[in-house]
Ligand binder design. Structure first.
Ligand SMILES: Cc1cc2nc3c(=O)[nH]c(=O)nc-3n(C[C@H](O)[C@H](O)[C@H](O)COP(=O)(O)OP(=O)(O)OC[C@H]3O[C@@H](n4cnc5c(N)ncnc54)[C@H](O)[C@@H]3O)c2cc1C
Length: 464
């Protein structure tokens, strides 16, 4: 590794956004160095857990069915964010999503038809053959072939940015710190969800019960460094994508298999044995991302999805087996819940269920009557043992707070002026587009679109 400014572009991060930036910058003719804090075997951040990206298209395209025009994509984004989005950057993301797949395939990524059980996404989302891990392996191979230099176990700890101009980065490698300068910087170091102390600052002790679904290496060091050097912050620190995961999942990196999809088929109770939200509010893919936050605000940040034998086989099988019991009393004991309360919750729920034709593929007529909170759809009495339960915890996918950027992916400083040679892509700037809410697959779209822009602009800044 050279330590003087023989590099045109320094990319911090080793996930999707970083690799898209590195490949774009190198293709534009720049000498590129990538610092990835993880060891090689764990390279790729959260991106290695992904399965698909959401892209606009006017007609069926190999793995994508039907059409997903701009207006529909736009409406979907406005609906989930409640309009809390930078419209210029959102428009760029959606428009550029149309040409992502061609670029990705040119750089080694392959696609496959949507998997069974996720057919509702086959129109909007393109699935990576072999998942995010295969995508990253392809990108790393391409980057290396193009001549991008990649350093693993290389943590960038500080950035020397003065008056909006990047000079050098302090990187720790093999126990030693060194200064590395480059003409431009691309910050693509993900969110800060891997930093439990930072989560605790925001959520208090509740954070001790959070499970981080992805990499432990996204600690927000670069976000903090940029903020400390005058970059403008976007997004609420408490906003994050959080779903219900099995409470038995590992603290980090459990990935997609720890997700529990049974919620809409039964009821969810907290540790007091009472329900706290409408489990059948909307289709599971639309509502699944609210459950992490809901559980985060329950006592002890624990909840239990309870179903009966009628629902087995109707949802994606989770990694861990359910806790099974022949009676409600036994189930309460297994879950260490108060027997009388749990029984009362279920008896009241069963009594409130109004009949109808159960159909999990539509918003059916099986709701409850006179129950608070109601269950709007797919309500069936829990009356056919064995009873089954999955313990749930908040599973944090990623945080939203990041740095403000412009349409060239330049980081904006607090005085609203763009930094001269500092660019950002991926999760670290996704809060510009996702003020709140989430659309499945848009994380990878934002990273691909802005990774390419950041790499190209960082190279241009040097070479023009
Ligand atoms: C289980 C799971 C499933 C998901 N599925 C999907 C999906 O199917 N589709 C989708 O669109 N999104 C999905 N997401 C979200 C998606 O992972 C992110 O939106 C996307 O990967 C972000 O890419 P990124 O490059 O910004 O961050 P990451 O991929 O997290 O990359 C950040 C990189 O920065 C490195 N880094 C951090 N700090 C430093 C430092 N100080 N010095 C050097 N390197 C550093 C990290 O090691 C990492 O390599 C999923 C997330 C999870 C956890």
């Amino acid at each position: 590794m050279k330590t003087d400014s023989q590099y045109d572009v320094l990319v911090v991060g080793g996930g999707n956004a970083a690799l898209c930036a590195a490949i774009s910058a190198r293709t534009a003719g720049a000498r590129v160095l990538v610092f990835e804090v993880a060891p090689r075997a764990f390279r790729g951040g959260n991106s290695r857990h992904t399965r698909n990206l959401r892209c606009m298209h006017e007609r069926p395209e190999d793995v994508l069915t039907g059409a997903y025009p701009f207006t529909e994509y736009w409406d979907d984004l406005i609906q989930v964010t409640g309009g809390d989005t930078n419209e210029t950057l959102a428009r760029i993301t959606l428009e550029e999503s149309a040409n992502c797949r061609e670029w990705m395939m040119r750089h080694g990524v392959r696609f496959q038809p949507a998997l069974g059980g996720t057919l509702h996404l086959s129109r909007t989302n393109a699935f990576f053959l072999g998942g995010g891990k295969a995508l990253l392996n392809a990108y790393y191979r391409t980057a290396e072939t193009l001549g991008v230099e990649i350093e693993y176990d290389a943590e960038v700890q500080a950035l020397d940015i003065r008056e909006g101009r990047f000079h050098s980065a302090t990187v720790r490698r093999n126990g030693e710190c060194m200064e590395v300068s480059a003409a431009s910087l691309v910050a693509a170091a993900g969110g800060f969800q891997g930093n439990l102390d930072w989560l605790r600052e925001i959520w208090g002790e509740a954070a001790d019960n959070f499970i981080i679904r992805g990499t432990p290496y996204d600690t927000g060091t670069i976000l903090r460094a940029l903020q400390g050097r005058g970059a403008e912050t976007v997004g609420d620190p408490a906003q994050c994508h959080a779903i219900a995961v099995d409470a038995r999942a590992p603290r980090f990196d459990g990935g997609i298999v720890t997700r529990v999809d049974s919620v809409s088929l039964g009821i969810v109770v907290n540790r007091e044995g009472v329900r706290f939200y409408d489990e059948g509010e909307d289709f599971w893919p639309k509502r699944y991302a609210i459950w992490g936050r809901l559980i985060a605000s329950q006592p002890g940040q624990i909840a239990y999805s309870i179903i009966d034998s009628k629902s087995m086989g109707l949802f994606l099988p989770p990694l861990y087996p359910p806790i099974e019991a022949g009676s409600l009393a036994e189930l309460a004991r297994e879950l260490s819940l108060d027997e009388a309360t749990l029984e009362r919750t279920i008896v009241e729920f069963n009594a409130a269920v109004r009949g109808g034709a159960f159909d999990h593929t539509v918003l059916d007529e099986c709701g409850t009557e006179g129950l608070r909170p109601a269950k709007s759809h797919w309500a069936r009495p829990l009356d056919r043992p064995p009873f089954l339960a999955y313990p749930l915890r908040p599973g944090i996918t990623f945080t939203y707070m990041g740095v403000a950027v412009n349409e060239r992916a330049q980081v904006l400083m607090e005085n609203k002026e763009p930094a001269d040679n500092v660019f950002a892509a991926g999760e670290i700037m996704a809060g510009n587009i996702l003020g709140k809410g989430y659309l499945a697959g848009i994380g990878m779209t934002i990273g691909t679109v802005f990774g390419r822009i950041a790499g190209r602009e960082a190279a241009c800044r040097v070479l023009s």
